[in-house]
Design a protein. Structure first.
Length: 625
C-alpha cells in the first residue's frame, strides 16, 4: 500500500479536543492508557495462540518496552502482542466509534453516558496520547503476517491521518509520541518510571526500560543497551492466600498506605458470580491526622485487570469506612470515558455492598476473638464507625453490635449486648446520657437515681453520638432512652410506695413551684419536682421530643442555630428533699436563689451561663449576707 491520506470522521476535531483537554484531570494518564493497550494486545495474542501457537513466532515471551529519545523529543511504547494489519489500523485508529462519531458525542454529552462503557466501546484511551503529543506515529505488524505487511499510521490529531505499508520484522506495535513544546518533563527515565510504578506496577507482563550508567566524561547518566524490568509484574492480591505469608501481607500494606506500622487486621478474598472481583482490604492500627475530613479520601485503590484506575474509589467503600486501605481489582467495571470516575451500576453497587460486609465481618471477628485489639481499634476509629449507624441502614444492626461505650459500670468497652445482659429484672429500656466529656457525664445529677438503684447508664461523649442516637432507636427490642429527656420513669424498677410518696411531695410543693416558674419564666419552659435527684438540688432536662441541651451546644459551637438555647427552653427539675430547695419558700432572697439554682443546674450538665457576671453578683450577695 502506498501512502494514503484519509480523513477522520466529521466531528473528530471536536472529539480529540474533548479527549485531550476535558476528559483527563491528570496528563500522565496517557502512559497508563498506552501501557494498558499494549498489555491488552499481548493478552489477545495469548488468547489467539491457544489455537495457533505459531503466532508466537520466535518470541514467546510477551513484554512491553518504554523508552524516550531526548533529541527527537519522542516517547515510544512497544509491545510484542497481536499487532495490526493495515486494514485494522485504519479501522481501529481512524475510527473512534464503530457506531459513528455522532453517536459517540451523543453518548458522551447526553444522559446515556451514565450507563455507557465508553472507553471499551470507543477506544478513546489511545487518543489520550494527544494530551502530550502533537503527532502520534504507530508502526505495527500483525502476528503471523509476513514482514512486508507492516503498517505505519500517523496523525497530528486534526482532521486527517496517513497510513502506508512498511517492512517490519518485529511482531506487535510501536506507539511513538512526538511531544508538544512544554512536555519535556516526560523525557526523563525517573519520570517515566514513577508514572509506570504508580499506574501500571501490577501489569502482569514485564515493563522494560533501558538501564542507565554514569558517563564520567559527560558527567551524567546515559542509556545502555541493557534493559531492566521497572514494574513488579506480580499483583499480590491475585495470588492464592496459601502462597502469601503474613509478612508479605504486611509489607504490601506498608507499600500502598505509606504507613510504617503493621495493619490491625486484613481480609483477602476472591468473589465470583455475576460480579467477579478480588479484594485485599486492611484496617490500619492508627488513625490518620485527617480522619475527620470526610472529603479527604484515598483508602481503596481500584484496579481493572491489574491496571491502576484511581487512588480513591469512593464509589466502592462508604464514607464511614474511609479509614480502610487496600485494593479492589475487577475484571470488568463500567467506567466513564476517562477511566477516572466510576459510573453507578449494579456491578458497582454489588462490589460496594460486598466490600462493606467483608470489612464488617473482619471487625466482628476481631471484636469476638481479639478483644484487646478491638479496644485499640475502637479508640482510633470508633467515632467514625458510628457514622455508619445513620448512613448504612442495611447494616445498622451489625454496626450496633460493634459499638462500644463508657458507662457507669466501666470507662470503656461496653457493648450494647453487654449492657442488655446486665439489665435489672424489670428494666425495659437502655438508658443513655450524652455529655461533652466523660468527667462531665459521670458527675451529671441526672444519674443519681440510677446509681442509687444500681441501674447502668451508657455515657456517650463523642460529638457524633447525638446524631447517631437520632437513627438508633432500639437494640435487641429494648428502646434507647436518654436520662436527660422527659420525666424519669423507671417503670417496674420503682415500687408503688416510692411513686405515692413522690406524688404527695409534689402536691405539697406546688406553691413553691409556682413561685419558681414565675421567677424563671424567661429561662425555663417549666419547673417541676423529680425523683431522679438524690444529692443535687436541681437539674436541667428537656421534653422527650426536644433537642437535647448537649446537641444544642454543639450546634451553637459550629455556628448553626440551636433551638435548645434561646429557642425551646429547658425544664428545671428540683429535688424537694434537698435542704437548699426546702429553704426557698422562707428565704427573702427567693429570686436570687431561684436564679442561682437554675445556673448551677446548667453548669452541672456542662452548659455555659449567658450572663456569668450576674451569677457571680448573686453568689456574692449571698456570701456577704
Amino acid at each position: 500500500m502506498e501512502k494514503q491520506t484519509l480523513s477522520f470522521q466529521a466531528e473528530v476535531k471536536q472529539i480529540l479536543h474533548l479527549v485531550t483537554h476535558s476528559l483527563y484531570s491528570n496528563k500522565e494518564i496517557f502512559l497508563r492508557e498506552l501501557v494498558s493497550n499494549a498489555s491488552d494486545a499481548c493478552d489477545k495474542l495469548r488468547f489467539e495462540a491457544l489455537d495457533n501457537a505459531a503466532l508466537y513466532e520466535d518470541t514467546p515471551n510477551l513484554e512491553v518496552r518504554v523508552w524516550y529519545d531526548a533529541a527527537a523529543k519522542t516517547i515510544t511504547i512497544r509491545d510484542n502482542g497481536i499487532g495490526m494489519s493495515a486494514d485494522e489500523a485504519v479501522a481501529h485508529l481512524g475510527t473512534i466509534a464503530k457506531s459513528g462519531t455522532r453517536d459517540f458525542m451523543a453518548k458522551l454529552q447526553g444522559e446515556q453516558k451514565k450507563d455507557a462503557n465508553l472507553i471499551g466501546q470507543f477506544g478513546v484511551g489511545f487518543y489520550s496520547g494527544f494530551i502530550v503529543a502533537d503527532r502520534i506515529t504507530v508502526e505495527s505488524r500483525r502476528a503471523g503476517h509476513p514482514a512486508a505487511d507492516g503498517v505505519r499510521w500517523s496523525s497530528e490529531g486534526t482532521g486527517d491521518f496517513e497510513v502506508e505499508t512498511i517492512s517490519r520484522l518485529e511482531r506487535g506495535t510501536d506507539v511513538i509520541l512526538h511531544l508538544r513544546e512544554g512536555e519535556e518533563e516526560f523525557l526523563s527515565p525517573w519520570k517515566l518510571k514513577s508514572v509506570i510504578s504508580k499506574y501500571s506496577d501490577h501489569i502482569s507482563l514485564p515493563i522494560l526500560m533501558r538501564k542507565q550508567k554514569w558517563d564520567e566524561e559527560k558527567k551524567e547518566q546515559v542509556d545502555t543497551d541493557e534493559w531492566e524490568t521497572v514494574n513488579k509484574a506480580a499483583a499480590l492480591w491475585t495470588r492464592a492466600k496459601s502462597d502469601i505469608t503474613d509478612a508479605q501481607y504486611q509489607e504490601f500494606y506498608k507499600q500502598i498506605s505509606y504507613d510504617q506500622d503493621a495493619p490491625l487486621a486484613y481480609t483477602h478474598n476472591r468473589v465470583e458470580g455475576r460480579t467477579e472481583y478480588t479484594q485485599l482490604l486492611y484496617v490500619p492500627a492508627k488513625a490518620p491526622f485527617d480522619l475527620w475530613n470526610r472529603d479527604k479520601r484515598g483508602g481503596v485503590k481500584l484496579y481493572v485487570k491489574r491496571v491502576f484506575i484511581m487512588d480513591d474509589a469512593e464509589a466502592l467503600m462508604p464514607v464511614y469506612l474511609r479509614f480502610v486501605k487496600g485494593v479492589i481489582d475487577s475484571a470488568d467495571l463500567p467506567l466513564n470515558v476517562s477511566r477516572e470516575l466510576l459510573q453507578e451500576s449494579r456491578d458497582v453497587k454489588a462490589i460496594r455492598e460486598g466490600s462493606t460486609k467483608r470489612v464488617l465481618s473482619m471487625l466482628e471477628d476481631v471484636a469476638e476473638n481479639q478483644r484487646d485489639k478491638y479496644a485499640d481499634f475502637w479508640r482510633q476509629f470508633g467515632a467514625v464507625l458510628k457514622e455508619g449507624v445513620g448512613e448504612d441502614h442495611q447494616n445498622q444492626e451489625r454496626l450496633a453490635k460493634l459499638l462500644r461505650f463508657a458507662s457507669t459500670a466501666a470507662d470503656e468497652g461496653v457493648s450494647l449486648e453487654d449492657y442488655v445482659k446486665r439489665m435489672k429484672d424489670g428494666q425495659e429500656a437502655i438508658y443513655v446520657l450524652t455529655a461533652d466529656n466523660l468527667a462531665t457525664a459521670k458527675s451529671s445529677p441526672q444519674l443519681e437515681i440510677f446509681r442509687k438503684k444500681g441501674i447502668e447508664v451508657l455515657l456517650l461523649t463523642d460529638r457524633v453520638d447525638e446524631w447517631m442516637l437520632s437513627h438508633l432507636f432500639e437494640f435487641d427490642g429494648k428502646p434507647l432512652q436518654s436520662v436527660a429527656k422527659g420525666g424519669v420513669d423507671l417503670g417496674k424498677l420503682q415500687d408503688e410506695a416510692e411513686k405515692k410518696q413522690a406524688e404527695e411531695t409534689a402536691e405539697a410543693f406546688k406553691p413553691v413551684l409556682e413561685k419558681l416558674k414565675a421567677a424563671l419564666k424567661d429561662r425555663a419552659k417549666d419547673v417541676r419536682t423529680t425523683t431522679r435527684l438524690v444529692d443535687s438540688p436541681a437539674c436541667i432536662v428537656v421534653d422527650e421530643g426536644d433537642m437535647s441541651s448537649h446537641l444544642a451546644r454543639l450546634l451553637k459551637q459550629s455556628g448553626q442555630s440551636a433551638p435548645g438555647i434561646g429557642g425551646s427552653k429547658p425544664i428545671l427539675e428540683v429535688n424537694p428533699e434537698h435542704a437548699l430547695v426546702k429553704r426557698l419558700d422562707s428565704d427573702a432572697r427567693f429570686d436570687d436563689l431561684a436564679q442561682i439554682l437554675f445556673d448551677q443546674a446548667l453548669l452541672a450538665e456542662g452548659g455555659q451561663l449567658e450572663d456569668p457576671a450576674a451569677y457571680v453578683a448573686r453568689v456574692n450577695r449571698l456570701l456577704a449576707a
